[in-house]
Write a protein that binds this ligand. Sequence first.
Ligand code: RIB
Length: 307
Amino acid sequence: MRRSSEKGNLMKLINAGSLNYDTTYYVEHIVRPGETIAADRTETACGGKGLNQSIAAASAGAAVYHAGIVGEDGADLIQAAKERGVNTAWIRTLSGRASGRAVILLDRSGQNSIIVYAGTNHAFDREYRREILTQAQPGDLLLLQNEINDVPELAAEAKEKGMQIVWNPSPFVAESVEQMMPLTDFLFINEVEGGQLTGETEPLKILDRLKNMEHDMEVVLTLGEAGAYYQDKETRIFQKSYPVKTEDTTAAGDTFTGYYLAEKMSGKRPEDCLKIACAAAALAVTRKGAAPSIPVRKEVVEFFAFP
Ligand code: RIB
């Protein structure tokens, strides 16, 4: 991955991704089919995989441009990104429409289940895609998750412009795999997505399968408490996670992705990117909520000193 674009400008991260209002219900256990349970309390905060990843990367020091679409209720989502240093000039607001939403059940051990409603996250079209890519330079990174529409179209068009494609196939959409895999330069997956992509369940087998694919790409496989792997054609590196008391795992993966990319953009080696990304994710799980749980760089650096 290059540090700067071919035109001599500093490399930037363009993140075309979702912005959601997350309503979290704090429950004793995740509700089972046919069951009705009472929540202890509920809270609404800013989130969405796209917004979380942009906030994490910007908090880690990267130049991040968020491309996304909110409804007329979306001012707080834009503000949340702005406050953490994300460039929000390209975010569109659609009047008469509602922003994306997520319903999160969070149990007492900090594990969650999430339902996402796309809202305006699914309002990407050809004109907006063109508007975003007009601003891109060869070598810039385009980060994509699966909470917006037009992901393969955007990836193909960005690739033609010489951008590098970073894909986090979450939530997993089987139909996009065939188009997206050959376009992807850098893949971020967890164990579940790794299984869905390869048909394997063991982390090392998932990595083997991805390594044997014709297409040459870098892979980061996150395993929650069990740590994370980096892999390219020549290397495989493992990093243990940092043990912490789990409050809420929401956005831990997004925090990892944003921090990893920011470090990589500043020229760090994969082993160093893994370390800082694991530390940032560990801090995120000690806090409640999605975007509000993402640490700033100073906190991550202090955590290294006193884990
Ligand atoms: O990854 C966590 C995010 O998933 C939440 O913020 C929620 O909005 C869903 O997109």
